[in-house]
Design a protein around this ligand. Structure first.
Ligand code: MRU
Length: 365
């Protein structure tokens, strides 16, 4: 996608044998900055501290982290150390584990002298494939928005609610949940997006709004708690969100607060769609509720807020009563029964084991 007229992906190879460049998402929406990663530990840190975030983007960064490790030392020991370190950077998004395993499979059985080149090639493939997958998710999801538009009276816009950021910044390009929205807008459909601010890290207010604004898509940021009211008032035609891990039965883990939106959507007969690439499906988990590991992050993300002051400085301030404890579970799991359908690169399916297996028959036992 474009920033100020220039097309960017979220990650690309830098100069030389050991250099990867990522967009520093902690600086957005106020400043466009990149970060150069030279060692696998830089990639691990970028993932852990959310310089990069969003399940597919985390996976792409980890894949490149494995290249950086091999550039330093192509030994088996290094492979194991980097793989273990990268996988531990964040626990919920399964794309991270998937990408590291893909890299191990691509290089493990090769002579040391061939490993680095093979690793760069596989990392590039993972990124190119992610772009194409997201484009296909967009095309399938577009049909759902078109169906919603067909149900509206002439001149009425389609109102879509989304949570967190599942746009191009969370992937390599396009995004998952936002790809259908971009395509609908580009096709001339009158869409408007309710953007949940997504406390505590504000991925909605900062990143989704930045993306949609950059693409010219009409949108309004709302407090996280506004969704139920908007749905009750008939102001939401459909919800669409991303996911960090989807269990084999269609339960989906996504940013904290997603479950509450799904409950409100269910109570108000608003379709609730979840968009995902196959790399987000954890076939080893028969169900997600109670089984998907939920990242616990620092309470400081709840007690403090970062923003821009009137004179342009970026500052972090405390917004809570000093001394009070704060809890910060970063994800929740929405049970499949609350999900109207899953939107994947292969098409749209019911959020159920059968629905997923119909789209991915090679996974049948
Ligand atoms: O903590 P984050 O910002 O990495 O969480 C991201 C999300 O929850 C996204 O919705 C999810 O990764 C899907 S991204 C296509």
């Amino acid at each position: 996608m474009k920033i100020d007229g220039t097309h960017y992906r979220t990650i690309w190879r830098g100069e030389g044998e050991a250099s990867v460049v990522v967009i520093d998402q902690t600086q957005l929406p106020f400043r466009f900055a990149t970060r150069t990663l030279n060692r696998w530990q830089d990639a691990e840190e970028a993932i852990r501290t959310m310089v990069v975030r969003g399940a597919p983007c985390i996976g792409a960064t980890a894949a490149h982290g494995m290249c950086l490790a091999l550039a330093e030392d192509a030994s088996d020991e290094m492979l194991e150390t980097a793989a273990k370190g990268l996988k531990a950077a964040r626990p919920t998004a399964i794309n991270l584990m998937w990408a590291v395993d893909e890299m191990l499979a691509a290089v493990r059985n090769r002579p040391r002298g061939e490993r680095l080149e093979a690793a760069w090639a596989r990392a590039a493939e993972i990124c190119d494939a992610d772009v194409e997958i997201c484009r296909r998710i967009g095309a399938h999801g577009l049909k759902l928005i078109e169906q919603a538009a067909a149900r509206k009276k002439a001149g009425e816009r389609v109102n879509i609610l989304t949570h967190c950021n599942a746009g191009w910044l969370a992937c390599v390009d396009w995004g998952t949940a936002l790809a259908p929205i971009y395509m609908a807008h580009d096709k001339g459909l009158d869409v408007h997006v309710w953007v949940d601010e997504t406390r505590p890290r504000n991925q909605g207010a900062a990143l989704t709004a930045f993306e949609l604004g950059g693409h010219g898509v009409p949108h309004t940021i709302v407090a996280d708690n506004a969704g139920g009211h908007l749905m009750q008032a008939g102001l939401v035609d459909l919800c669409i969100v991303g996911t960090d891990r989807t269990a084999a039965n269609g339960d989906v883990a996504n940013k904290i607060g997603t479950y509450l939106k799904a409950l409100a959507a269910h109570d108000n007969d608003v379709p609730f769609y979840v968009a995902l690439p196959y790399t987000t499906i954890d076939w080893t988990l028969p169900k997600g509720v109670g089984a998907i590991p939920i990242e616990d992050r620092s309470g400081e993300e709840v007690t403090h807020l970062t923003g821009r002051t009137a004179d342009g400085r970026i500052e972090t301030v405390q917004v809570s009563a000093p001394g009070s404890a704060a809890g910060n579970p970063a994800f929740d799991v929405t049970p499949a029964r609350l999900v109207t359908a899953l939107v994947t690169e292969r098409g749209v399916c019911p959020a159920s084991a059968e629905g997923l297996l119909d789209l991915y028959p090679e996974r049948r036992g």
